[in-house]
Design a protein around this ligand. Structure first.
Ligand code: CAA
Length: 402
């Protein structure tokens, strides 16, 4: 189904994705823990997860992703950076401040950090659309960057991961023009949260899955009430993906709610008979190797879809966002002509392949290391990324170009 864009469309002009130095193979984790590897590969739909080196965090990933955007688009009109994260590194200072500094961006810029579990990237995107609607000469850098951490030996552990997606929001976007109608839903629920004194999330895993589906239903129904497109007018659907099997569960749920036949096959699975392909499999290709990247997860799905499907020009994509706690939002956008970059999937697959596979013993040791900011320290030099977290001086985090 083909959609149309308004006279001055606003949306995602460019998008870049990055991840960490290390990767954990879920088969290694399963073997080390005496779990059937099929539980992770098929039960969760995950093969690997990204894991940060000691000199990486959400700031270094965010700056690395944003660097690609700045190199391709320059800084003209760039007056705002919004960084969404669940895994912030300071209770007060926005992570977007060191990003501005590392990238050498002009001082005439507003920066802020946004939080609502995995949902905040969508809130940042909405705020960016508003800024550009008010002044179409402005462009906004939206960055979603996260390290998903659960306790060792907890059910959530195989669904950890890390990654960052940077997006340039502008008028007349080259990739995705976002349509005005949005569906929103909020319900106060303790399915997943992280107290101020904890570096890992507290989660009621099975409650979180039903909370996700309920909130998504609420947002979808609100989208319909706001005059958004019916399911048959949506060509591709992307979901927040804490693990890719959750996207399949969400798709099955949406099919039921909308009484429509949607293909439920993840990569390698048999297509659902007489069902419409809405890009479920393509949208999971990066996430099954990144693991959960919280705020970035939905947009990693968007990157995977745009990189693997060359037939999307003029097509409508729905983005269904979820953040525990809980907030959901349903957005739609029209893919723009000329969006397809035939090299992009090979480029990011090479980044994923280049990660260093870490042993389970080394991963567990790193996971268990929690350094206090009370004493100065320097981090060991590990990452090859453009920027690194150098350590702490006078309780302040120090960053540098690599
Ligand atoms: N072969 C194939 N499949 C197998 C298997 C095997 N040998 N063994 C088990 N499975 C399947 C199970 O049948 C199950 O599939 P279904 O869900 O389709 O029934 C799947 O593997 C998982 O098994 P369990 O439910 O027994 O797994 P678990 O209880 O150990 O943990 C989890 C699963 C609750 C999702 C846990 O990983 C978790 O807590 N994760 C973190 C929370 C989370 O991601 N929640 C998602 C919604 S909240 C959200 O989206 C926000 C966010 O980002 C956190």
């Amino acid at each position: 189904m083909t959609g149309s864009t308004a006279a001055t469309s606003i949306g995602i002009h460019d998008l870049a994705i990055t991840t960490t130095h290390y990767a954990v193979e879920l088969e290694d984790l399963a073997n080390a823990y005496g779990i059937e590897p099929a539980k992770f590969r098929f039960g969760l739909g995950q093969d690997q997860f990204s894991f940060p080196a000691p000199d990486e965090d959400i700031v270094t990933m965010a700056a690395a992703a944003a660097k690609q955007i700045i190199e391709r688009n320059g800084v003209t009109g760039l007056r705002t950076i919004m960084l969404a994260t669940e895994s912030g590194v300071d209770q007060s200072k926005a992570a977007a401040v060191p990003v501005q500094s590392l990238l050498g961006l002009p001082s005439e810029i507003r920066v802020v950090e946004m939080k609502q579990a995995c949902y905040a990237g969508t809130a940042a995107l909405q705020a960016a659309l508003g800024i550009v609607a008010r002044n179409p000469n402005e462009r906004v850098l939206v960055i979603a960057s996260d390290v998903a951490r659960y306790q060792l030996d907890s059910p959530g552990e195989p669904t950890q991961g890390a990654g960052a997606v940077a997006m340039l929001v502008s008028a007349d976007p080259a990739l995705l023009a976002i349509e005005p109608a949005a569906g929103v839903f909020t319900a106060d629920i303790d399915d997943f949260w992280r107290p101020n004194d904890s570096t890992t999330a507290v989660v009621d895993g099975h409650l979180s899955m039903s909370a996700y589906l309920d909130a998504m239903t609420g947002a979808w129904n609100d989208l319909q009430a706001q005059g958004g497109p019916a399911i048959e007018d949506v060509d591709r659907i992307l979901y927040h993906q804490p693990f890719t099997k959750m996207a399949k569960k969400a798709q099955a749920h949406l099919a039921k709610v909308t009484n429509s036949a949607l293909d439920l096959a993840l990569p390698g699975e048999e297509k659902t008979e007489n069902a419409r392909d809405t890009g479920l499999a393509n949208g999971t290709l990066y996430n099954r190797r990144l693991g959960n990247s919280y705020t970035a997860s939905l947009f990693a799905g968007l990157a995977a879809l745009l990189h693997h499907d060359s037939e999307l020009a003029g097509k409508r994509v729905a983005l269904l966002s979820y953040g525990s706690g809980s907030v959901s939002e349903a957005l739609t956008g029209i893919v723009q002509p000329g969006y397809f970059d035939a090299e992009a999937s090979a480029r990011f697959s090479a980044v994923l392949d280049a990660r260093e596979t870490i042993t389970i013993e080394a991963y567990r040791a790193l996971h268990a290391t929690e350094r206090s900011s009370a004493t100065d320290y320097e981090t060991e030099r590990v990452t090859n990324a453009p920027f690194r977290f150098a350590g702490v001086t006078g309780q302040a985090r120090q960053y540098e170009a690599n």
